[in-house]
Design a protein around this ligand. Structure first.
Ligand SMILES: [Zn+2]
Length: 131
């Protein structure tokens, strides 16, 4: 499978994870209630099923690392295991921790040639304009 397909799966898992975290967060739920919004319990179950299904598609090492990172960053300001890179004056930075990404790694990320990780926070990095 081409590298960018792994990234797409990781991103889809991370999105499901984010919804699960939001829809099981008491503070978030009470805010929704305040503005008259509610959702069905099955919404969370659907996201959980989606996440499990996608996790099964990943090679075991990627799956293990994803789960490890998600656990580590669950309560972080940026509660994600996969984050975009941003560019500033030709240099790449990790959005998860603001660390600079080495030029050769940034080039690979931009070209969607590999599944790279931040040297500092270890999160998976992707370049937002996906091919
Ligand atoms: Zn980082």
């Amino acid at each position: 499978m081409p590298m960018n397909e792994w990234l797409e799966i990781l991103l889809a898992i991370d999105n499901a994870e984010t919804y699960i975290n939001e829809l099981t967060n008491e503070r978030y739920l009470s805010k929704l209630k305040e503005i008259g919004m509610s959702f069905d319990e099955s919404t969370v179950v659907n996201f959980q099923n989606t996440k499990e299904k996608l996790l099964k598609k990943l090679p075991s090492d990627l799956k293990r690392e994803y789960l490890r990172l998600m656990k580590k960053y669950k309560d972080d300001l940026i509660p994600r295991a996969i984050v975009p890179a941003r560019e500033e004056r030709g240099e790449g930075y990790c959005v998860g921790c603001s660390n600079r990404i080495p030029a050769e790694v940034f080039q690979r990320v931009k070209n969607h040639l590999s599944v790279d990780r931040c040297e500092n926070c270890a999160r998976f990095i992707f370049w937002p304009p996906l091919p």
